[in-house]
Design a binder for this molecule. Structure first.
Ligand SMILES: NC(=O)c1ccc[n+]([C@@H]2O[C@H](COP(=O)([O-])OP(=O)(O)OC[C@H]3O[C@@H](n4cnc5c(N)ncnc54)[C@H](O)[C@@H]3O)[C@@H](O)[C@H]2O)c1
Length: 250
């Protein structure tokens, strides 16, 4: 009962899996949540300190069942990492309403639903929320009308949550990852996009899942006890930089 508990959504692979592993290493118990039952079962089986929960964060009835189940299993909840996300890229005129809704329902509705269900437990533990947005929510790029807009909304939702929940001692922050070679990214990053990222990133490379997880774990921890309402890019410098890198390198 005294060990701190984190809920990580989208934990079956990628950044969510790396975050779960790092948090376990740092002494947390982790409720690993994902809608990919098979993959989550497989990866959580060998992680002591982890318990899998099968749930689609975009479906209210599933979230309403899962949060009480997590609390019943662990007795407390100290951190929520809203990481589950989907990416679909396309030009504005080819993005139909179904695609728009698919992106919004996981990336935005899911963050709203899971956070809201967790608030009473977080107030009790004086815990924190870390929402995962993206550099695509900070800077607009082509093809990201749905994805980029969903992530910009997550950035603002973070500030709304921080403003309202600070009074109760609950901190809320947002991490904006730069490109990481996960299944999500590799499905939408064409060679053009990969080259464009290299051109625009001072560190001149993709990040790793663990580099993003480190920032998330810090924000969940007591080491960040006076940090709330912040949007932190872990992006190799992408957000801070304008033109000129390719000519500097040539
Ligand atoms: N990889 C990148 O380059 C990158 C860059 C910026 C932001 N991000 C963000 O980081 C987060 C994690 O991305 P990733 O690259 O690790 O992706 P990933 O596809 O490797 O993992 C995402 C996980 O979320 C789960 N998931 C998706 N929708 C869900 C839902 N509705 N309910 C429950 N689980 C769901 C998937 O099953 C999967 O296990 C996402 O929010 C993504 O938008 C990723």
């Amino acid at each position: 009962m005294s060990q701190k508990t984190a809920l990580v959504t989208g934990a079956a692979r990628g950044i969510g899996l790396a975050t779960s592993k790092l948090m376990i290493e740092r002494g947390w118990q982790v409720a690993m949540l994902d809608r990919d039952t098979e993959e989550l079962q497989k990866v959580s089986a060998n992680l002591s300190g982890a318990v899998p929960f099968f749930c689609d964060v975009s479906i209210l009835s599933e979230v309403e069942k899962t949060l009480p189940a997590i609390l019943e299993r662990f007795g407390r909840l100290d951190a929520v990492v809203n990481n589950a996300g989907v990416a679909q890229f396309g030009p504005i005129e080819d993005t139909d309403f179904e695609t728009w809704r698919t992106v919004m329902e996981t990336n935005l509705d899911g963050v709203f639903l899971v956070s809201q269900a967790a608030v009473p437990a977080l107030k009790e533990s004086q815990g924190s929320i870390v929402n995962i947005a993206s550099i695509s929510g900070l800077r607009a790029s082509t093809l990201r009308v749905a994805y980029g807009t969903s992530k910009a909304a997550v950035i603002h939702l973070t500030k709304q949550q921080a403003a309202e929940l600070g009074e109760s001692g609950v901190r809320v922050n947002c991490v904006c990852p730069g490109p990481v070679r996960t299944k999500l990214a590799m499905a939408v990053h064409s060679q053009d996009i990969i080259d464009a990222y290299h051109d625009a990133i001072p560190l001149n490379r993709y990040g790793s899942e663990t580099e993003i997880a480190e920032v998330i774990e810090f924000l969940c921890s007591e080491r960040a006890s006076y940090v709330t309402g912040q949007i932190i890019a872990s992006d190799g410098g992408f957000e801070s930089t304008g033109i000129g890198l390719p000519s500097l390198r040539s």
